[in-house]
Structures are given as structure tokens and as C-alpha cells.
Ligand binder design. Structure first.
Ligand code: BGC
Length: 783
């Protein structure tokens, strides 16, 4: 990781601007400027469709949840190894729009470009490109292209393409294309995967151009899923809208519309292109064509300006709660806005889709969903966009049956085991030591769910779905371990992998045991709540799950007797039973160029036998359940793990920052925070081309709110322990807690808590109970 990089883009709080088009930075910039609404994801590629190669660019259009599947070849397959892959599939591109200006094709690679500015307007959720192009023959044209992926219309992406001839009058010919000859860049984006998707994986079923419309329908070769997409075009010339100027062409794998109009000097011509995607995952495939036609018609009727207006409103609403401002620090402000913008736009919102570790910004990690969603992203969305958080939890509920099946494969007669990596709900991880063995995913989901319930007070969710998830996840914990005589009858869980991926298949991973215990506790609490308040619901659920009272008794016994590895000399919790036995790590023996890429350069056994760690593990558990440990204890553990953690995962530094804040190591906290705040914006890991690091992006919010401001919600108690980094004068954020919107402003000497919306709010500041009962009222605490 290189954190000494200069800012890549000019430092501006709300915008990301590229001032020059350079091919060598294109691949990375495509991720920076990617747009999404949680359903459609599109990379920041150009309408001109430049022929980039595998190292310089990737045209990418994705639909959340839509995947291709192939048979996975193993050298030696284990029982229960997933046999079919799931990879987010790169779909036909409809953004392509080529423009011939008085016979000369617009391209930033010919002629001269002046005043180039491509801006991601994060406040508005719109991407804009402006430039003046001087053609090789000297014709000058002003060009402005805006793009959005609509939050108001799930299936719609809209483009506004404006051209204004500056020093000539002549023909303007626009060719809008549907390009279905598309492929994933698997060799580049997922180099260790050898099962594809390679080559074109969609079999065209329908492809046509009709009046002002283009339409495509195709089926994947492996997963046998149908995707449909189309576009509709409207052109405005000098105040007139023309439709007779359209000509159509259809080839085997592409179709295009040619629009020919007269360009008057100084007069703007604009094209509004609406693009729509849908898939068989949302409706019977016979209905797709009709659906796309209707959606396109509606979107066209609304028009680009209205869609943009709605986009702004949607974003305004988001920022109203989610914005964090740091007075006088545009540098960090920009990083925070960038992070929040990307996680917000990437989250699935329909209850049937989750959120990829890379959002919908690229093909990295095959588009898989991991625990990143529950442990990093959800704790942010729960306080800022609880409705979106709920739909992400819905996705886990939606896939609960697959998780039940998976638990059976793993030998558990009861309960559900969620997949480590997935799109469709089935396990997609091919290397079980770093995959299925990460059983903690079950407890992570339960943790996020419990946090959601505590923060929102959404009891109906507990009743309808939450209790079932808690019980089914808990059941696996009650089966996977045993009361071990050699550990004085304590409950031990062997052969799991904790969050740390350099210590795998370990016994009694501290994080896993802790989170499992809390999962069991939450499940018991849910049952008790239902018994007391919704007896009928409980009886029904109990019958459906064939739940036996002895199970609850056994859970209680496990909770009381959970085993935790403990080092009596250092008085710390080693990551697992074998951690202290492993060989000390000597970084000096590793050549610098190999240090951050251990799995690429060393055998896994070499890595696993050393006493070091890739990412926050035990201390993550201590942060999440900080109420169960004394500050002194956390400090001892932090001091220990600080020395042995290499932070080779982007999920690590933000957690260390939060823990450092909690124990008063403010300088270190700030250092860690600085490593995470602009990690993607300045591409510290040099791999941003493959997509965002959603977990770290969300971790930045946590590092401020849970870190510097010390916010926790444990046992339904909302608490703050505010601090402020030396470098800052003031910072402000807002959270939603049980329908109350609370503004928290922390400056050098005081913390101010103001109730902005809602009836009242109760919280604790440094152990003192505060209640605000009037809107607009502020409580001030000296710090
Ligand atoms: C990390 C995991 C994470 C995954 C996806 C890996 O490098 O070790 O914790 O879930 O990346 O972000």
C-alpha cells in the first residue's frame, strides 16, 4: 500500500474531476467514474467506445444478481466443494454513441481537445463530461455529455448528449449502438480463477432496431438466465424534436440507429438516450420485452431533466443524514464523500440482491458478496439509510433455504450456514480454507441484524424474518463445536477460519467464538421476546422450524461455557489456540516487492505457520462487543495485535483506527484513519481498476463515528465517547436512531448533540444518560 501518493484528482469537497484524458489511467478512472443504483452498474467508460485492450480498459455493464455459471474444475474435489461458479456477467453495452461532425468522427484521440472536464457530481449523483473538440480539419464543436443511473427508476440509465457546432454549419450524424459482442476480462480481473467466464457467454435470442428503439434479449450459456435490454432515443434540434431522421441497422451481435440532423452554427443539438435492463430473475422471460418497452416509454416521457431532478432529490435525502463534514479539510472531505457515494449507490435495494465487495463497479472478486456487507457496510447504512439496510438483510432471508441446504452438506442436521462468497445464495468459494471455513459469516449476519433491530427498533422485522435468521444461524453454532474435556468442559469450535486469512483452519478462533456466543444470545433473546409478546407467532415458528426446548437449554450452556484462548503471561487473547506457537514473522526475509502479495509468492503453509496476521481479527470482535471488555484489556490486545498485523487486506486499518480511538491512542487512530479515508480515491493498492473496496469505504465512516466520536449501540444503549483528532477543529455527522435524527457536532472543547427530527432521543455521553425531548434542542458536553 502506498499512502504517500499525491491526490489524483483536484481536491474539491463534492466533485471528482478529471482534467485530462490519458489512456494510461483509463482503466482506473473507469472505476472512479462508475455509476450504479444498486441494480444497474456501469463503468465510467466513454460513449465513443475506444478499443481499449485488456490492460487499459473494460467496458462494463452489470445487473446486480445476474451471473454466469460454469462447471468448476478441481484437481482434487472435496465433498461439498461448489461445482458451479457464479460470476457477475458483463452485459451488452448501450452507452455507445458515435458522432460524426460534418463528416469527421469525434474522438479524443484525434484533433485537439480543449477545456476537458469530466466530473462526478457526488451531491447530485450525475456524471458530466464537457469539452471542445477541434477536428483535424479545424471544425470546432462544444460537447457535453451527462449520464445517470436512476435511483427513481430501478431499470433505467439515462444519457444526455449535447453538441454545438461552434465555427461551422453542417451535418451531425449520431450513431447509437447496442453492442452485444461483450466479454468479461476474467484473466485480468480475477487472474487466479481458471473457470471463466471466458469469451462471449450470451446467446442472442432477439436483436432488433425499430424506429427509435434498440432491443436485445439473450440467454447465458451456463446459468441459462435471460437478460433483456434496450434503448430509446429522442433528439432535439433547435427546439424541434425529430423522429423521421432515424435509420436502423442490425447485425449479428449489434444493432444501431443512425440519426442525421442539420447542425447550425451556435445552436445546440441534444440527444436523450434512455437505456433499460431487466432479467429473468425479476419476471418470467416472456414478459421482458414488454416490460423494457414500457419502462423506456415511461422514462422517455419523463425526460432526462426530470430524471436528473429526481436523482438530485434522492441524493439530497441521502446526504441529509449521511454527510460527515470536517471543517476546513477539503482533502478528507472529498475522500469521505467519495466513499459514501460509492457504498450508497452500490447497495442492492430489492431484497433479492446483496452488495458485492466491489459494488457494481467492476468484475473484481467475480462480483461476489462477502461478509464485507454485514460487518462494514451495514453498520453505516443502518444509521443513515435504514430502509436500504433492511433490504440487504432481506437478501439473506431470501436465501435462507440455500443456507439450510449448505448446512446439511456440512453435516449439520439443523440450522443454516450462509455462504462465504455468493451471488445466488449458494456457496461460490472454491478454496474452503479461505472460504466455507469462515463460519463467522453466520454470526456476522446475526450481528448486523441485531444492530439493525436495536438501532431502528423495528420489532416487526424481528417477528417476520429476524428471529428465524437468528435461530437458524445459532443452530449451526450449537452443532459445530463440543464441550471439550481437555479444555475443562468448555465449548470449543475447531477447524474454522476467522476473519484473518493468514491463519486458517484454526481451533478456537477468538473472534468466531465470541461472535458465535453473541449470536446464540441474540437468538435466545428473540425467542424469549416472541414467547412473551407474540406467543402465537412463536408457536408457529417453533413448529415450522421443529424447534425443541432442549435446544435453548443447550444454547444457554454454550453461552456460559464458551472457550476463549488466553495467554496468561501476556494477558491477551491469542487469535486462536495455536497462534502463540507459530514461528515469529521476519519481514526482512521477504523481498519488498513480494511483501504485500504473500499468497501470490509463497505457499499457503509458509504463510500459515508464521505468527502474523493479514487483517483485524480478534480486535474486531473486541470493538464490536467493547462493552464486554475493560479498556485496559482492549489496550493490551491492541498493543499485541498492532505488532503482528500486516494490514494486507483493505478491511484492516479502519478497524485498528477505531480501536485506537477507544483506548486514547489518538495519533495512531488518526494515522490509521488517514490510510483508509482516501485509499480508493488515490488508489493506494494499485488495483482500483478491478473495482471499489466497499468495506474500507464504509470503514472510513465507522472510523469517524465509531472511532473518534466513540459511538456504540450495545444492549439497546446508544453511547458516545467523543474525541477530536489534533488535526481537526470541528466535525459534524448525523445518525438516525429509532426515527430520531441526531446531529453530532464535535469541536475542540465540546460535543453538541441536537435533535433535528423525531419526538425524543435517549443516549449516553461518557456514561451519563441524556434525554432530548424537543426538536431543535441541543445538549452540550465539554470534552
Ligand atoms: C479479505 C476478506 C474480504 C475479501 C473481500 C479479502 O482479501 O481478507 O476479509 O472479505 O477480501 O473484500
Amino acid at each position: 500500500m502506498n499512502i504517500d501518493k499525491k491526490p489524483i484528482y483536484p481536491v474539491e469537497a463534492w466533485d471528482i474531476t478529471e482534467l485530462e484524458f490519458k489512456k494510461e489511467y483509463n482503466y482506473r478512472n473507469e472505476t472512479t467514474f462508475s455509476l450504479s443504483n444498486g441494480y444497474i452498474g456501469t463503468r465510467g467508460t466513454f460513449e465513443e467506445a475506444y478499443p481499449f485492450d485488456i490492460d487499459t480498459g473494460l467496458e462494463g455493464n452489470f445487473v446486480n444478481g445476474f451471473y454466469e455459471s460454469e462447471h468448476i474444475r478441481y484437481g482434487e474435489a472435496n465433498f461439498g466443494s461448489p461445482l458451479r461458479s457464479q460470476s457477475i456477467l458483463n452485459l451488452p453495452n448501450l452507452k455507445e454513441t458515435k458522432v460524426l461532425l460534418d463528416g469527421e468522427m469525434f474522438s479524443m484521440e484525434t484533433g485537439k481537445v480543449r477545456g476537458y472536464k469530466r466530473t462526478l457530481h457526488m451531491k447530485e449523483g450525475v456524471l458530466e463530461r464537457k469539452l471542445i473538440w477541434k477536428s483535424p480539419k479545424g471544425k470546432e464543436t462544444e460537447i457535453r455529455i451527462c449520464r445517470l443511473v436512476s435511483f427513481a427508476r430501478k431499470n433505467i440509465m439515462a444519457i444526455l448528449y449535447e453538441v454545438k457546432p461552434l465555427n461551422y454549419t453542417g451535418e451531425v450524424r449520431i450513431v447509437s449502438k447496442l453492442q452485444a459482442d461483450v466479454e468479461n476480462h476474467t484473466r485480468k480481473t480475477n487472474p487466479i480463477v481458471d473457470y471463466g467466464p471466458f469469451g462471449r457467454r450470451l446467446e442472442p435470442k432477439k436483436l432488433y432496431a425499430e424506429e427509435r428503439k434498440l432491443y436485445y434479449e439473450g440467454e447465458t450459456l451456463g446459468s441459462k438466465l435471460t437478460v433483456a435490454c434496450g434503448s430509446i432515443h429522442k433528439i432535439h434540434t433547435n427546439g424541434m424534436t425529430k423522429s423521421e431522421a432515424f435509420r436502423q441497422r442490425v447485425n449479428k451481435l449489434d444493432a444501431e440507429l443512425e440519426i442525421c440532423v442539420y447542425g447550425n452554427m451556435g445552436k445546440k443539438i441534444s440527444l436523450e438516450k434512455m437505456i433499460c435492463y431487466s432479467t429473468e430473475l425479476d419476471m418470467p422471460k416472456e414478459q421482458l420485452e414488454r416490460f423494457i418497452a414500457d419502462e423506456l416509454r415511461h422514462a422517455e416521457r419523463e425526460g432526462y431533466a426530470v430524471l436528473e431532478e429526481k436523482q438530485k432529490k434522492y441524493m439530497e435525502n441521502f446526504w441529509k443524514t449521511a454527510d460527515i463534514s470536517i471543517k476546513g479539510n477539503e482533502f478528507l472531505q472529498q475522500g469521505i464523500h467519495f466513499n459514501m457515494f460509492h457504498i450508497f449507490q452500490s447497495a442492492g435495494r430489492d431484497g433479492k440482491t446483496g452488495m458485492g465487495a466491489k459494488g457494481l463497479s467492476g468484475e473484481g472478486y467475480e462480483g461476489h458478496y462477502f461478509w464485507d456487507t454485514e460487518m462494514y457496510v451495514l453498520p453505516v447504512l443502518i444509521y443513515t439509510e435504514p430502509e436500504v439496510a433492511k433490504t440487504l438483510l432481506d437478501y439473506r432471508y431470501y436465501t435462507l433455504d440455500q443456507a439450510r441446504d449448505r448446512a446439511r452438506v456440512l453435516g449439520h442436521d439443523k440450522g443454516a450456514l450462509f455462504p462465504w462468497r455468493t451471488i445466488n445464495g449458494q456457496e461460490a468459494s472454491t478454496y474452503y480454507p479461505l472460504g466455507t471455513a469462515q463460519y463467522h459469516i453466520n454470526a456476522d449476519i446475526a450481528y448486523a441484524l441485531s444492530l439493525y433491530l436495536q438501532v431502528t427498533g423495528d420489532i416487526e422485522y424481528l417477528v417476520e424474518k429476524g428471529a428465524e435468521i437468528l435461530i437458524e444461524t445459532a443452530r449451526v453454532w450449537a452443532d459445530v463445536g463440543s464441550f471439550s474435556e481437555c479444555k475443562n468442559g468448555k465449548y470449543c469450535i475447531c477447524d474454522v477460519t476467522g476473519p484473518d486469512e493468514y491463519n486458517v483452519l484454526v481451533d478456537n478462533n477468538f473472534y468466531t467464538n465470541l461472535m458465535a456466543r453473541e449470536n446464540l444470545r441474540d437468538a435466545l433473546q428473540a425467542i424469549n421476546y416472541l414467547k412473551k409478546n407474540r406467543l402465537q407467532t412463536w408457536e408457529k415458528l417453533k413448529e415450522r422450524l421443529k424447534f425443541l426446548e432442549v435446544e435453548a437449554e443447550q444454547w444457554e450452556k454454550i453461552i456460559e461455557n464458551m472457550y476463549f484462548p488466553y495467554d496468561e503471561i501476556l494477558k491477551i487473547y491469542p487469535m486462536d489456540d495455536g497462534f502463540m506457537m507459530r514461528k515469529p514473522w521476519d519481514e526482512s526475509k521477504i523481498p519488498p516487492e513480494k511483501r504485500a502479495w504473500l499468497y501470490e509468492n509463497y505457499h499457503p503453509l509458509f504463510i500459515m505457520r508464521h505468527r502474523m496476521s493479514k487483517q483485524a481479527d480478534a480486535i474486531l470482535g473486541m470493538y464490536l462487543h467493547s462493552n464486554l471488555f475493560s479498556e485496559e484489556e482492549i489496550r493490551r490486545n491492541y498493543d499485541f495485535y498492532q505488532k503482528v498485523t500486516l494490514h494486507h487486506s483493505s478491511l484492516s486499518t479502519c478497524i485498528f483506527g477505531i480501536v485506537a480511538s477507544g483506548i486514547g491512542y489518538l495519533e495512531e487512530a488518526y494515522d490509521y484513519f488517514s490510510q483508509s479515508a482516501r485509499m480508493d480515491l488515490d488508489d493506494y493498492h494499485n488495483n482500483f481498476y478491478a473495482g471499489i473496496h466497499a468495506a474500507n469505504m464504509a470503514g472510513t465512516w465507522q472510523a469517524i463515528v465509531n472511532g473518534f466520536a466513540g459511538m456504540r449501540c450495545q444492549n439497546t444503549r446508544l453511547e458516545f465517547k467523543p474525541t477530536i483528532p489534533e488535526e481537526w477543529d470541528e466535525y459534524t455527522f448525523r445518525i438516525l436512531y429509532r426515527k430520531a435524527l441526531l446531529k453530532v457536532k464535535i469541536s475542540k472543547n465540546e460535543a453538541r448533540f441536537t435533535l433535528l427530527e423525531g419526538e425524543n432521543i435517549v443516549f449516553y455521553v461518557k456514561e451519563k444518560e441524556i434525554e432530548i425531548t424537543k426538536r431543535g434542542e441541543t445538549y452540550v458536553q465539554k470534552i
